[in-house]
Design a protein around this ligand. Structure first.
Ligand code: FMN
Length: 390
């Protein structure tokens, strides 16, 4: 099974990603991985840290002459900022002279719950690993997944839908929204709303506050029959929700019409079917896509459509009340250098997680150890879809 894990602290040496179960003979375009890492660093509203870091992926194993060899793929992205933290983050050094524990947890962060869980007096131990710096590893894994998915004609893209309640609304096909969002400083497609969103971010910044928003990820070219309904873990919607909810600050995930469908009638929600002999590889299609391309935990063949809600960033210059765990007094929360809005960057991480889940389900459906083997099986599956139910 395809799997990945990340390791590394926000101000440690860097972020390691270990990807296992990847088939052999997949051509790897390092430029594409780099492109995704740069997108993750972009987005108006990102803070000084992102201006300092220039994430570059180093491949340590599992790839030879630009092709996967079936072995675990291990990558490393160095933290440039480590040079400023060497003593504080030294794995084998001693506590630096004069170092003061961080004892004031920030509301909305893992600081306090993490300290309780692991019995820390210095919250730095929590902050370092709970930080969204870790999402750089998800983008590495997601880029590999996207390269894998391309072989099956699956494209994953997305756009920022709203920031601070301002919603991009131009009614054009999703492909156009994705295309128009690529050059946008906040990865959205509606130029007028883009301006308003940027103003809202600037205003929040001036006032020492932060803003959240929503983004949408769409996967097109997905064949019907991925995922499944027999067991909890088979369901592709459940897997997408878990993967997306694991992104720091994502607090809601909707598949297709999601919460809206709970307010509509059944006849307004369920996608009627149609038949078109010329439609390949599967001639039975849906006239609408309210389900977001998933029914009964299984892909329908229509684009998979998910919306994520991100809460506003929890590190604020505006003072929120906290409690000093050392003195047990109520005090103002500490401010640590931070973004004001992470929604555009969250989108790139969201695309990575969707790509990852889809790559898993494709691999589970087709099996196989090498790309040749998997692609042969894919051709057979396409033929089966064309002839279905014969
Ligand atoms: C790409 C990305 C960047 C983020 N940058 C920051 C940041 O600079 N400052 C901050 O306080 N939170 C940031 N966050 C959000 C926090 O990491 C997150 O809210 C926190 O770890 C608590 O987790 P939770 O919101 O899931 O409960 C970012 C999230 C993402 C996805």
């Amino acid at each position: 099974m395809l799997d990945f894990q990340t390791a590394g602290e926000s101000h440690g040496k860097g972020i390691v990603t270990v990807v296992s179960g990847f088939p052999s003979q997949l051509e790897i375009d390092p430029g594409f991985i780099q492109e995704q890492l740069s997108r993750r660093q972009g987005g108006f509203g990102s803070g000084p840290r992102m201006q300092m870091e220039k994430d570059e992926v180093e491949i340590l194993s599992g790839i030879r002459w630009k092709k996967t060899i079936g072995a675990p793929i291990v990558t490393f992205v160095r933290n440039k900022d480590f040079s400023n933290w060497e003593k504080i983050m030294d794995p084998l050094g001693d506590r630096p002279f004069g170092y003061q524990d961080i004892t004031i947890p920030r509301p909305g962060h893992a600081d306090l719950s993490g300290a309780v869980k692991y019995h820390f007096r210095d919250l730095r131990n929590v902050i370092e690993r709970a930080s969204a710096r870790e999402t750089v590893g998800r983008c590495v894994a997601g880029s590999l997944a996207r390269l894998f998915l391309r072989s099956f004609g699956i494209q994953v893209g997305g756009f920022v839908e709203s920031i601070a309640g301002i919603i991009s609304q131009i009614d054009v096909p999703f492909q156009e929204k994705i295309k128009a969002s690529l050059p946008s400083p906040i990865y959205t497609f509606d130029l007028e709303k883009e301006r308003e969103m940027i103003q809202a971010i600037e205003k929040a910044k001036r006032e020492g506050d932060s803003v959240g928003g929503t983004f949408i990820v769409v996967a097109s070219g997905v064949v019907p029959g991925l995922g499944g309904y027999c067991q909890t873990r088979d369901r592709i919607d459940a897997r997408l929700a878990a993967a997306l909810m694991s992104i720091p600050s994502v607090k809601g995930v909707e598949i297709g019409d999601g919460f809206l469908s709970s307010r509509l009638l059944g006849s307004q929600v369920h996608d009627e079917m149609g038949y078109c002999a010329a439609k390949k590889p599967f001639s039975i299609f849906r006239k609408t896509n309210h389900s977001g391309g998933i029914e009964g935990g299984t892909s329908t063949g229509e684009p998979i459509w998910v919306r994520c809600a991100m809460k506003p960033i929890p590190t604020l210059r505006k003072e929120l009340v906290s409690v000093d765990i050392k003195t047990r007094e109520e005090v103002s929360a500490r401010y640590e250098r931070s973004d004001v809005c992470a929604v555009p960057r969250g989108l790139v991480v969201g695309e990575s997680m969707v790509a990852w889940v889809l790559a898993q389900t494709v691999q589970e459906k087709l099996g196989g150890d090498s790309m040749d083997e998997i692609l042969d099986r894919f051709q057979a599956y396409l033929l089966y879809l064309e002839r279905f139910p014969d």
